[in-house]
Ligand binder design. Sequence first.
Ligand code: AMP
Length: 370
Amino acid sequence: MGISQDELAAWLAGYDSTSITIGVIASHSSLQILHGARAEGFKTLGIAVGENRRRYYKAFPGAEPDEWLMLEDYRELLDQAEWLRKRNVIIIPHGSLVEYLGAENFRNLEVPTFGNRGILKHESSRQSQRDWLEAGGCTMPKLIVDPHDIDGPVIVKYAGAKGGRGYFIARNYRDFRRNALLEEEFTIQEYVLGCRYYLHFFFDPTADDGFQVQGVGSHAGKNLGRLELMSMDRRDESNVDEFYKLGSLRDLREMELEPSFVVTGNQPVVIRESLLPEAFKLAEGVVASSFELEEGARGMLGPFCLETIVTDQLEFKVFEISARIVAGSNPFVGGSSYSDINEWRMSTGRRIARSIKRAMEKGVLTDILS
Ligand code: AMP
């Protein structure tokens, strides 16, 4: 299923290129996306449920959408496809859009969408994501298949868990039994000790300059497009980030407290400059292998995030990928220590809009949308 490139091209043929509108669900990274779209000269559309949501954008006139589509339920978006296409809308997807619509509905939304929606099926299951990342040369935290084999700290992740909710740490089988909801699907990963870095990259297949990703497999010997490092963050996670204040792990157990990993915010970071070549190597590998995920794969497109832990051996362990803009890029509406080097005040949201603008100028819009 999903949208074919022919369908996409037919929709775009009916678009008025002087009046392209960037549309986004009013959540997640929408302020950054709307602000960036406006900076690049696009009209903007906010999509929201509930008047309260719309009202709060009054507080940010620099990002307030030119127009709103108000819904009773986000799934109504599927019925508004024609309305959106009449307004020449290109949707910028983010994590909340995928969550609100559901993966299948998102894939079938009949509106031109930035990036490759086809990548979602390789990202949405933990095993297929692992296969992809390992094929790209990433080292991932070890998997523990049988809980009886837990012999050091592990993190238990439920399949449907969002934003780290419900994860827990176990040190042995007894810990695991005490906390596990056995009726849920879960994976057990080695708990990697180190510092977390969430690396925000952007891959532009229409650019033939800069750091070019070298193809592998069926694309060996080809330059696939330009890879850019936009920014980096570290998530604030409640309550694990502040747990240390309450004493040792034993004290915490006595108080019957367990750490949780619910994302509440993001902080800007940079890594040691000597780690950057390795960061690029991993991102390049992940992009190159995304073109080999299936026959004719369109590969990674636009923003993506490698979620990593750097150990005291200065090794990256990659525990997840997000194949679209992440909320961790929000501290960088005004640019980052990395993006500012190339162009002052270039956020990921603005980079998306820039990419659309350049693709329109070159007549290759279908190459960056799905
Ligand atoms: P995730 O849902 O995979 O993005 O993980 C949520 C949070 O759990 C991360 O931001 C980390 O703080 C933590 N985490 C996930 N996997 C690991 C791991 N293997 N080792 C240590 N911490 C982890």
